[in-house]
Write a protein that binds this ligand. Structure first.
Ligand SMILES: CC(C)(COP(=O)(O)OP(=O)(O)OC[C@H]1O[C@@H](n2cnc3c(N)ncnc32)[C@H](O)[C@@H]1OP(=O)(O)O)[C@@H](O)C(=O)NCCC(=O)NCCS
Length: 334
């Protein structure tokens, strides 16, 4: 019986989180790096957030009961979800259970959550056109005619996802490194005289943050900032002495660094040092550093962090962000 595709029920989010775990563990185990036992709470919080902000871009692939599904009931075998933030469509998650991979489920989820091609922009399909012609048309149209920018982050160790997305023009363009360790903030210079740090919450900083985001990241995303604060990240707005915002940054006691967005890249090392001083993590710190953010890479290595694992890859159809001025919060929601 065919797999069906539909929006998830709220109660199925935990099943989606397990699909994520088994899908990632499946290929990491082949690389001799199996995942530790699942701790899925942060992913569940993210899935709930995206179900609230992007319900029309969240689909599950379901195997009906009695059609080879485990447990004799309907089973979620894959899911995909994208976040639309202004003109940027960002694929946050696409996962299929290992036993179900390679049969077109990932592609079917992806094509159904991609932005639609405006009427009249696609190539008319002749009744004789076969599946191959139809797929080629979808791919070309995805890169050329879909509105806005398509983007995502992939694992460099995963040729299947990189190959699948690149067929749609969403090509890997830039590495992102995971830096981990216990930082020594005194290795970094202090904020220069004339630059001050204001903790979020003291005044209404939303317009300043939106404006910095549009300059650095290409789009504003206030709902995601609200999620960051609900999830225990503490942030600061940095201003020059004439009161002009020059950037913002977050860290957390759980050791999650970012996002950090700066209008002046010469502030990178002092802002990272300030965040390390202001928020002392209980354990190790982890940060995602785009390769083009050379100042952050040098600063965090100098502060004692070390590169962990394989880099991830930022993929896009057309450039949209100044990654030399940005550290993302995660790879699932920049
Ligand atoms: C990535 C994933 C979601 C794809 O789902 P899937 O159902 O296995 O994928 P599909 O069968 O629909 O399509 C796979 C495509 O990749 C292509 N592909 C596979 N290996 C490839 C390679 N080495 N180079 C280029 N393309 C490749 C296949 O040809 C196929 O394309 P086609 O439909 O044009 O033939 C799934 O494999 C998965 O969950 N993997 C583990 C987790 C993961 O990496 N998720 C993505 C996180 S960014």
């Amino acid at each position: 019986m065919a797999i069906s595709y539909r929006p998830p029920r709220h109660a199925e989010l935990a099943e989606c989180a397990l699909v994520w775990y088994y899908a990632v563990d499946g290929y990491m185990a082949r690389l001799n790096r199996p995942l530790p036992s699942p701790y899925l709470d942060p992913l569940l919080i993210l899935l709930e957030h995206l179900l609230a902000t992007d319900p029309e871009r969240f689909l599950v692939a379901v195997r009906p009961a009695g059609a080879g599904s485990a447990h004799g009931r309907e089973q979620v075998v894959g899911f995909g979800i994208a976040a639309q933030r202004e003109h940027v469509w960002f694929l946050s998650q696409l996962y299929v259970l290992p036993d179900e991979q390679g049969h077109g489920i990932g592609r079917a989820l992806l094509t159904q959550i991609l932005p639609s091609i405006p009427a009249g922009m696609g190539t008319a399909q002749s009744p004789q056109a076969g599946r191959a012609a139809s797929l080629a048309r979808d791919e070309r149209d995805a890169a050329d005619n879909r509105p806005g920018i398509l983007a995502m982050c992939t694992d460099s160790a995963q040729p299947v996802s990189n190959g699948l997305y690149a067929r749609f023009g969403i090509v890997p363009r830039e590495p992102v490194f995971n830096l981990v360790g216990t930082p020594n903030p005194s290795a970094l210079s202090r904020l220069p005289v004339g630059v001050g740090a204001e903790p979020f919450g003291r005044s209404d900083t939303s317009a300043a943050i939106d404006s910095i985001d549009r300059t650095v990241l290409g789009y504003a995303h206030p709902a995601d900032h609200a999620l960051l604060r609900r999830s225990g990240r503490t942030g600061f707005l940095y201003r020059s002495d004439d009161g002009q915002p020059v950037g913002y940054g977050y860290s957390s006691e759980a050791g999650r660094f970012g996002p950090v967005a700066l209008l002046d890249t010469t502030l990178t090392a002092p802002v990272l040092g300030h965040l390390m001083h202001a928020i002392r993590p209980r354990g190790a710190t982890s940060a995602w550093v785009p390769g083009s953010n050379d100042r952050a890479m040098v600063a965090l290595l100098r502060a004692g962090l070390r590169i962990e694992g394989f880099p991830a890859l930022l993929c896009w159809t057309r450039p949209y962000a100044q990654f030399e001025s940005y550290l993302p919060a995660s790879l699932a929601l920049l």
